[in-house]
Design a protein around this ligand. Structure first.
Ligand code: GLN
Length: 198
């Protein structure tokens, strides 16, 4: 069986870190900047970065509508931090004017952008994540939290009482950044979702 071809949306943010992480967990990683690259992947990571900037670049590059269509069609996806925001169906504090984060769908949830930021800009925690043995070192950087989940969404982890890791079918999202730690279990979980093993 060929390794799953997993894209990393490569417009802005932690692209290199996710490509590197994917290469260590049995995937065939590919940077996605164009429509043809998006069409060729089995699953896609939307990295952390700045959701307003990534939204602007998605629009500029003509990738926004094709990406929405692939998500609606059931493509497995994983969004970290800014990527979690983009995978929501509704965004609170999305920004204004041209600097607005756009919800692409994928997970039936309402996400509040920069939610933890009002209390503490960045922090780290050890979280218990459903399905993983032992705590996950979770790094939060101007992170969102989830305020509402639909009936088909499973909450996998919470911080300060709020969902920070969720799954809706084969679409996964975390408020935190596993790519900046050495723990590859979240990437392994996503590869398993892409290959249908989870
Ligand atoms: N606050 C950022 C945003 O709105 C997300 C931060 C991150 O991805 N580290 O996109």
């Amino acid at each position: 069986m060929r390794p799953p071809r997993i894209g990393v949306l490569a417009l802005q943010g932690d692209v290199r870190e996710h490509l590197q992480a994917l290469s260590t967990v049995g995937a065939d990683p590919v940077a996605v900047r164009r429509r043809a690259e998006l069409d060729a992947v089995d699953g896609l990571i939307l990295p952390g970065g700045e959701s307003t900037t990534i939204s602007y670049l998605l629009d500029e590059s003509g990738l926004a509508d094709p990406l929405r269509a692939r998500l609606a069609d059931g493509m497995p996806a994983y969004g970290a931090c800014a990527g979690m925001i983009l995978l929501a169906t509704e965004i609170l504090d999305a920004g204004s004017g041209p600097r607005v984060a756009v919800a692409l769908g994928g997970i039936d949830m309402t996400v509040r952008r920069n939610a933890f930021g009002r209390q503490v800009d960045s922090f780290e925690d050890y979280l218990s994540v459903t399905g993983l043995d032992g705590p996950v070192h979770a790094v939060f950087i101007r992170a969102p939290w989830v305020e509402r989940v639909g009936p088909d969404v499973t909450v996998l982890a919470r911080a300060a009482g709020h969902p920070v890791a969720v799954r809706h079918g084969a679409v996964l999202a975390t408020s935190f950044h596993p790519e900046v730690t050495a723990d590859r279990r979240i990437h392994e979980l996503f590869v398993a979702l892409v290959t249908g093993r989870a």
